[in-house]
Design a protein around this ligand. Structure first.
Ligand code: ADP
Length: 225
């Protein structure tokens, strides 16, 4: 079983590499670097580009899912500085945020080091921040905050499209995507929040959100102390 998992995961990595290679070839065509294209040819190529992006997103999420399953079994605890961990994660989003002119604020908290599983926190925050950026308009703001209480809570707030009330109950189900999200972003798998919920629960915490359509969403999760 372990060997099969290794084969599946290395095949998925190779598949991802091939698809990312396709991305740059499509981009060369679309940018006109390989000669002029008719409007019709461009339309077809755009569709191919998008399908390829969706395939990259699916393979990436499947790899994250498999990694998350391993983490759930391993339970690797470390003493960490939560502020530092979050700063490191936020750094990865700087280029995308800059491109979309979105400001990311971080409200730190003076905390002693905590013993936790940083790899899980990293996957959860990557998913929440990726969503906040994808479902927000340019020139808006995203705020990440650490709060203390009985348990430590981390929140990610955006000023994006929000989640329609009638679809809110399904948001953590695997493969579920709300209608407004599908309209705004063709690419998406509906796996990120499902994986995040599994990881938060394996840390002994809870995940939830508050959201208003066309106004924004705030996702919260707690860490077990
Ligand atoms: P994906 O973003 O790939 O569709 P997720 O599992 O991460 O998958 O999210 C599931 C759905 O939850 C999204 O399709 C979207 O409908 C909704 N959602 C998640 N985060 C946000 C957000 N910050 N703003 C608006 N909708 C969101």
């Amino acid at each position: 079983m372990k060997e099969e998992k290794g084969i599946i995961s290395s095949s998925a990595h190779s598949l991802r590499t091939l698809l990312v290679g396709n991305r740059w070839t499509f981009q060369l065509f679309l940018d006109g670097d390989l000669g002029p294209l008719s409007t019709e040819q461009k339309e077809y190529l755009k569709k191919l580009f998008e399908n390829n992006e969706q395939a990259i997103s699916l393979v990436s999420d499947l790899l994250t899912w498999s990694h998350a399953e391993d983490l759930k079994v391993k339970k690797e605890k470390e003493e960490i500085d939560l502020n530092e961990l979050i700063e490191k994660i936020l750094k990865q989003f700087e280029p995308v945020a800059k491109k979309k002119e979105i400001k990311i604020n971080f409200e730190k908290l003076d905390l002693p080091k905590i013993k936790t599983e940083p790899k899980k926190i990293e996957i959860i925050l990557l998913n929440l921040l990726d969503n906040a950026l994808r479902y927000s308009p340019p020139k808006s703001q995203i705020t990440v905050k650490i709060m203390a209480g009985e348990k430590i809570t981390i929140s990610v707030a955006d000023q994006g499209i929000g989640i329609p009330v009638k679809e809110q109950a399904k948001i953590f189900e695997k493969f579920f995507r709300a209608e407004n999200a599908k309209k705004k972003e063709n690419v998406g798998t509906g796996l990120g929040l499902y994986i995040s919920k599994e990881l938060v629960e394996s840390l002994g915490g809870k995940i939830w959100f508050e959201s208003k359509e066309n106004a924004g969403s705030t996702f919260y999760f707690t860490l077990a102390k």
